[in-house]
Write a protein that binds this ligand. Structure first.
Ligand code: F0G
Length: 466
């Protein structure tokens, strides 16, 4: 791996705190079963003394390491020798000052920003983490890599395998729970696609068993290296703001990898003296997949320096099992009831004085249409962040003058079916796709105008509607 002595893996549970070499392939602490972190002995690494120093890499874009929006921050994730990084040019993303969307959220001009992670090569934020996990997998000589996925992780893994030819991708998806945009990526990239009868939570359980049985490298976000890559989303946000720390980061919550990674990023930047304050974090669940909201906001589950009460989560999961409750939301990417990074996310909420909210499918799709109408669009799950920011503004939790960054995790074209159904004039199509999800009104629908194939009629329609 190189860089021995700089990085190690460490159990996040303070009573355990066992450490392991970065060369080991682990997705849980072998001693106590908790999640693992990648930790650094910064005295042996070369972190910048101020964030602005990282700008020196901007002039080195001919070097793939520095072209990457992940690896140009290698100094802040030095778990691997820079020479052995696997990159496909991920992380060329954009922070947009979203003045067109701000009024919908209840914000003033210049205060709302949207971070477009759908601009990544596979169309979602997953590439940030995948390049890191894939690099680790390649360094330890893995020949096959697997994941369970609601679609974006699988598209990303499949793409890294097809572009680099370094490994074979094995992906697990639930039945009927994946948007066609994402499924088509996995198929086109040539991944072995295993569709099991069950949902994401079932697929996640199976893939862990299969990987340990067959010795396949697991790239889901239980893999601590994935989250190292995802820290860089926050580094790019700060970079785009001229290294200013915003007041709020708002992110959709599914498996809770992003929120966990963001908390770690800010904790480390503060520890290194590179920022003087940490932004607040808002994690937004879909109401039909609201485990974090239920545990954090309703049942008071907290990190408590790693001593939070796990019986709260176990009790809740027991209730889900006994009633046969399954996650259900139009935002299929975050249709997850058993988030694997729950404990790390609780830690992030603690570090970032965070809050959790849930939003309905109606709120998600209305927000999504506004991101499209005033910005560059996103997939349903991503719009949960904007719907959540609007809710927090209405509650007064986010203030009038706060600077807010919503993370748009995936590209608009990932799930065109939901978008077209929202804008359609066809009631049957609307009901089939959206009605069954409790969506009753396409409040901001931009309906196609139907006209006969007649010049006068077409001109009349254009004059009437434009
Ligand atoms: N947004 C999108 C577009 C996603 O694909 C996901 C997760 C999330 C948000 C949630 O992020 O897990 O870090 O809280 N998708 C995973 C997948 C589960 O398999 O593609 P998280």
């Amino acid at each position: 791996m190189g860089l021995s002595g700089v990085a190690s893996q460490k159990c996040i549970s303070p009573p355990c705190g066992a450490t392991f070499d970065v060369g080991e392939v682990l997705v849980a602490c072998p001693k106590c079963g908790e999640l693992l972190d990648v930790v650094y002995d910064w005295s042996k690494a070369s972190p910048p003394s101020e964030l602005r120093e990282l700008e020196k890499y901007w002039t080195q874009r001919h070097n793939p390491l520095r072209f990457s929006g992940v690896w140009r921050f290698h100094d802040l994730l030095p778990f691997v020798d820079p020479d052995s990084v696997v990159t496909v040019g991920e992380g060329q993303t954009l922070l947009q000052q979203a003045d067109g969307v701000a009024p919908f959220v209840g914000m003033k001009t210049g205060r709302l920003f949207l971070q477009y992670e759908g601009m990544n090569p596979s169309g979602s934020f997953k590439d940030n983490g995948m390049t890191a996990a894939f690099t680790h997998a390649n360094n330890i000589g893995a020949k096959r890599a697997a994941c369970a996925s609601t679609g974006n992780t699988s598209a990303s893994l499949a793409m890294y395998c097809s572009v680099t030819r370094a490994m074979r991708a094995v992906i697990f998806i639930g039945s009927g729970k994946i948007s066609f945009g994402k499924l088509s990526q996995a198929l086109d990239y040539g991944a072995l696609t295993v569709q099991i009868s069950g949902d994401f939570d079932d697929a996640m359980q199976r893939v862990k068993e299969i990987c340990s049985r067959l010795g396949i490298y697991l790239v889901n976000s239980v893999n601590p290296f994935r989250l190292e890559g995802q820290k860089t989303i926050m580094f790019r946000v700060l970079e785009s703001l001229g290294w200013r720390v915003p007041d709020w980061i708002v992110v959709p919550g599914g498996n809770l990898g992003n929120s966990s990674a963001f908390g770690k990023a800010f904790f480390e930047l503060k520890q290194l003296g590179l920022i003087d304050r940490i932004p607040r974090l808002a994690v937004i669940n879909a109401a039909g997949a609201n485990t974090l909201y239920e545990l954090f906001e309703k049942r008071g589950m907290r990190w408590k320096d790693g001593h939070g009460d796990p019986t709260l989560a176990n009790g809740y999961f027991g209730e889900l099992d006994s009633t046969g409750a399954k996650a259900s939301t139009i935002a299929s990417a975050i249709e997850i009831n058993r988030p694997v990074n729950l404990m790390k996310c609780l830690r992030a909420l603690d570090v970032c004085d965070g809050v959790v909210r849930e939003v309905s499918d109606q709120q998600i799709l209305d927000a999504k249409s506004q991101v499209g109408a005033g910005g560059m669009g996103c997939e349903p799950a991503s719009a949960a962040s904007v719907a959540g920011a609007k809710l927090l503004r209405e509650e007064g939790v986010i203030g009038m003058d706060d600077e807010v960054v919503c993370i748009l995790t995936g590209h608009l074209l990932k799930d065109p079916k939901a978008t077209v159904a929202y804008h359609t004039t066809d009631q049957t199509e609307f009901d089939e796709v959206l009605g069954s999800r409790g969506v009753r009104r396409a409040s901001f629908a931009n309906r196609a105008v139907r006209v006969p194939n007649d010049l006068d009629e077409i001109i009349k329609a254009i004059q009437l509607y434009s």
